[in-house]
Design a protein around this ligand. Structure first.
Ligand code: NAP
Length: 272
């Protein structure tokens, strides 16, 4: 499995870095409030950090913290030389201005790749930190020798954290990219012509076999909690019979996302 392989490789590199520099690479994680899903994500991220040899700095803030206090913390982390990467777990409570808070993370410590500067660099095809989920998908495509240049790629979803950066990465890799969203017409026709489909819609069973051409590559980003448990956007049972490569949920993209967070933190430390 690529995620496990990459983490093992990273662990060796981090050991070398920590020994040579006499310090541990550090990731600060900020979580506000008690959202149960966010608590689980943060716990998993901290565990993964420690497994590869990072020092983690977890900041659990009360749900009613003021914007000013939250900003003070992010500013102090921005200046802290022990901190290589900063992650603010989303979503934040409604009274906080998330964009303003995220904007205080310096681009070189923005290991989620959400800052305007890093998004701009991706647009310009310049080196920067890239959003973890789409970055992980590019690593999967590379690992399985899936040809991107010249392919017709369809991205379902246009969020700032998955759909848009995914589309830019595919475009930068010379695919012809179509981005679909809730107002897109003739979705079935568009998908049926795709060599690569990346689905980040968030609806169980959204991608059906009649939308997929024979031999296509299907990447399922969706994480949908249903009565049957966690499932993706793709009708895996039927779509998998037609395509040449498909990622399952659970598995597939999910484990790559945390792996790329670790990888981005390593890159942030090495490049500083
Ligand atoms: P999001 O912000 O809710 O975006 C969903 C996108 O789907 C929007 O662009 C929306 O279009 C589009 N959409 C909704 N209905 C549609 C329809 N009928 N036809 C075509 N497009 C439609 O979600 P997100 O944050 O990108 O996440 C998407 C999914 O990926 C979720 O299930 C999330 O849990 C999962 N996810 C997984 C990982 C992972 O590591 N595996 C990481 C991040 C997210 P509009 O823009 O027009 O509203």
């Amino acid at each position: 499995m690529l995620a496990a392989e990459m983490r093992a490789q990273l662990k060796r590199k981090v050991e070398t870095y920590n020994t040579e520099k006499g310090r541990n690479i550090g990731l600060a994680v900020v979580i506000v409030g008690n959202d149960p899903a966010s608590q689980i994500y943060v716990r998993n991220k901290i565990k993964a950090c420690e497994e590869v040899g990072f020092k983690s700095f977890a900041h659990y803030l009360p749900g009613d913290i003021s914007q000013r206090r939250a900003e003070e913390l992010v500013r102090s982390l921005a200046e802290d030389t022990a901190v290589d990467g900063i992650l603010v777990q989303l979503p934040l409570p409604g009274h906080l201005n998330a964009q303003k808070l995220l904007g205080l993370i310096p681009a070189e410590k923005d290991v989620d790749g959400f800052s305007a500067e890093n998004c701009g660099k991706l647009l310009l095809n310049e080196k920067g930190l890239v959003s973890c989920t789409p970055f992980g998908i590019m690593k999967l495509l590379e690992k399985y020798n899936i040809k991107i240049a010249g392919s017709n790629a369809v991205v379902l979803g246009r969020s700032n954290i998955v759909g848009k950066p995914m589309a830019m990465l595919l475009l930068n890799a010379d695919a012809t990219v179509t981005v679909c969203h809730s107002k897109t017409k003739n979705l079935k026709d568009i998908c049926s012509a795709a060599d690569i489909i990346v689905s980040a819609v968030g609806k169980a069973g959204f991608v059906t076999a009649d939308m997929v051409k024979d031999g296509a590559v299907v990447i399922d980003v969706g994480m949908n909690r249903t009565d049957k448990g966690l499932c993706g956007d793709v009708d895996f049972e039927n779509v998998s019979k037609k395509c040449s490569y498909i990622t399952p949920v659970p598995g597939g993209v999910g484990p790559m996302t945390i792996t790329m967070l670790l990888y981005n933190t390593y890159l942030a430390a090495v490049d500083r």
